[in-house]
Design a protein around this ligand. Sequence first.
Ligand SMILES: *[C@@H]1O[C@H](CO)[C@@H](O)[C@H](O)[C@H]1NC(C)=O
Ligand SMILES: *[C@@H]1O[C@H](CO)[C@@H](O)[C@H](O)[C@H]1NC(C)=O
Ligand SMILES: *[C@@H]1O[C@H](CO)[C@@H](O)[C@H](O)[C@H]1NC(C)=O
Ligand SMILES: *[C@@H]1O[C@H](CO)[C@@H](O)[C@H](O)[C@H]1NC(C)=O
Ligand SMILES: *[C@@H]1O[C@H](CO)[C@@H](O)[C@H](O)[C@H]1NC(C)=O
Ligand SMILES: *[C@@H]1O[C@H](CO)[C@@H](O)[C@H](O)[C@H]1NC(C)=O
Ligand SMILES: *[C@@H]1O[C@H](CO)[C@@H](O)[C@H](O)[C@H]1NC(C)=O
Ligand SMILES: *[C@@H]1O[C@H](CO)[C@@H](O)[C@H](O)[C@H]1NC(C)=O
Ligand SMILES: *[C@@H]1O[C@H](CO)[C@@H](O)[C@H](O)[C@H]1NC(C)=O
Ligand SMILES: *[C@@H]1O[C@H](CO)[C@@H](O)[C@H](O)[C@H]1NC(C)=O
Length: 483
Amino acid sequence: MNLFNSPLAITTIFIFIFLTIFTPHKATAATCLPDEEAGLLGFKSAIRSDPSGILKNWIPGTDCCKWNGVECHFNSTRVQRISLTGQPDENPKSILSGTISPTLSKLRLLDGLYLFDLKNISGPFPTFLFQLPNIEYVYLENNNLSGRIPENIGNLTKLYALSLVGNRFTGTLPSSITELTHLTQLKLDNNSLSGTLPKALNKLVNLNYLSLEGNHFQGTIPAFSSNLRSLRLSRNNFSGGIPASISKLASNLAYLELGHNSFSGRIPDFLGKFKALDTLDLSWNRFTGTVPASFANLTKIFNLDLSNNLLVDPFPEMNVKGIESLDLSNNSFHLGKIPKWVFSSPIIFSLKLANCGIKMKIEDFKPSETFFYDYIDLSGNEISGNAISLVNSTQYLVGFWAARNNLKFDLGKLKFGERFRVLDLSHNAVFGKVPNSVVGLQKLNVSYNHLCGQIPKNTFPASAFVGNDCLCGSPLNPCKKPS
Ligand SMILES: *[C@@H]1O[C@H](CO)[C@@H](O)[C@H](O)[C@H]1NC(C)=O
Ligand SMILES: *[C@@H]1O[C@H](CO)[C@@H](O)[C@H](O)[C@H]1NC(C)=O
Ligand SMILES: *[C@@H]1O[C@H](CO)[C@@H](O)[C@H](O)[C@H]1NC(C)=O
Ligand SMILES: *[C@@H]1O[C@H](CO)[C@@H](O)[C@H](O)[C@H]1NC(C)=O
Ligand SMILES: *[C@@H]1O[C@H](CO)[C@@H](O)[C@H](O)[C@H]1NC(C)=O
Ligand SMILES: *[C@@H]1O[C@H](CO)[C@@H](O)[C@H](O)[C@H]1NC(C)=O
Ligand SMILES: *[C@@H]1O[C@H](CO)[C@@H](O)[C@H](O)[C@H]1NC(C)=O
Ligand SMILES: *[C@@H]1O[C@H](CO)[C@@H](O)[C@H](O)[C@H]1NC(C)=O
Ligand SMILES: *[C@@H]1O[C@H](CO)[C@@H](O)[C@H](O)[C@H]1NC(C)=O
Ligand SMILES: *[C@@H]1O[C@H](CO)[C@@H](O)[C@H](O)[C@H]1NC(C)=O
């Protein structure tokens, strides 16, 4: 049989050639350059504590290309990449303590340094990177680095990606960052960076992922290049409006996350033209006015969070194909009913419509698909009726919040699935007994209803039960012994 007559064989050969060329492999016999080995061993000796033994096979005289996390170039024993990943959990056994030794500058051909979740790698930004002519990828995520991002960061001109997520960096984002024109990803989330953003960030024409969440940045947001797909600025102190320059991102932007800042002004009409928009988070700001009618054109939106602003009616009729999470809570909406387009969404995980001016019977909320709901928050509306069949129809429900409504049903008959954890029915007209099934919940609040009888043994505070007709037993007063 001619091997090359078989398409499968040809494919296999191509895959083999592809893998051979493009996977940095671990060379077999030869040992590493003494200088490079010394550079790596210098790194190891600056790690004071490695309880999980990530570096235990970094042994002098053995092939360094086989050391855990060391990758060599495909055609030599020169080190190309260092990639060490700890455990993302809180386990003290997985904490690596120490610093990043500058001896790594001996690895002249290094193009990537990846240190993930090592947790206690401390010290400043590793400035030896400036001496490495090929460095393209720097991911130093969830470590304990501190100090400022160097003013001359713009000298790392070959960088494609820079991530310093989850460290303790302080100070501003140096304006020289705008010189890194190859940069496709810049992630600085969860540090303590402050000040305003450099004005010329739009010089980063290749940038498609920018995330700066969880810092103390302030001021207005500058213009960005139109290649941006993700713009994540939540949990900072940005202010001002959403600038007109953002409209240039209409064709590519999929994630726009501006939640938990001090933004104000109206939501611009042009956002309705963002055809690729998957996630829009404007929550916890001071946006005013109406939600633009153009939002009817956001057919691909999966996550929409406009909660905790100052938005007013009317809310546009959306045309979603399906929405994973929707939160319109705590604005000045008077929705009247739960909107029809919410009912018809084929898949929905989280529906939060707290304080949305909804006046309806809960039995009239018959979504086409309830099965996958995991959070429902309808607190602070005028919703009446019996919630038992809604809760019963949601196999995966985790939390149901419906405080301050007019729900009226026998709590003893409420059934929920195995994942159920949070129930808040305070300030309703629920009656009957507190069922045993609630004692395993993480949070319970049935205060201010018409419940009666002995409370099953539980660990909730009294405030979860007060204000009922005749509940008794711990944490409230003991029940009267039958005489
Ligand atoms: C390895 O391949 C690169 C090109 O991909 C070449 O520049 C370099 O000289 C080669 N090194 C050796 C040791 O063959
Ligand atoms: C990070 O460093 C700070 C200050 O030295 C220290 O308090 C903290 O415990 C360190 N974090 C970890 C995970 O060890
Ligand atoms: C983190 O490293 C510092 C020294 O840099 C050390 O004092 C501290 O004990 C380490 N923290 C943990 C949790 O190992
Ligand atoms: C950074 O680049 C500037 C010129 O662009 C040069 O003067 C300076 O020496 C460089 N610094 C480092 C640390 O490479
Ligand atoms: C930042 O921290 C928050 C809160 O701890 C966490 O939910 C988020 O995933 C972190 N962001 C990144 C990019 O790791
Ligand atoms: C947020 O920014 C404003 C100025 O726009 C400033 O007055 C305020 O102190 C900042 N708040 C925080 C928590 O940094
Ligand atoms: C939706 O988009 C179409 C085509 O771009 C436009 O004609 C229409 O006015 C838009 N609808 C709204 C409500 O803005
Ligand atoms: C609504 O606002 C209240 C009071 O600030 C807050 O406790 C609650 O978490 C908010 N609900 C939602 C869903 O954001
Ligand atoms: C809904 O009620 C039926 C009949 O009582 C029961 O078999 C089912 O387990 C309930 N589902 C949930 C999620 O409580
Ligand atoms: C239960 O709700 C009441 C009324 O909203 C509140 O005062 C109380 O703190 C809540 N208790 C718990 C345990 O959530």
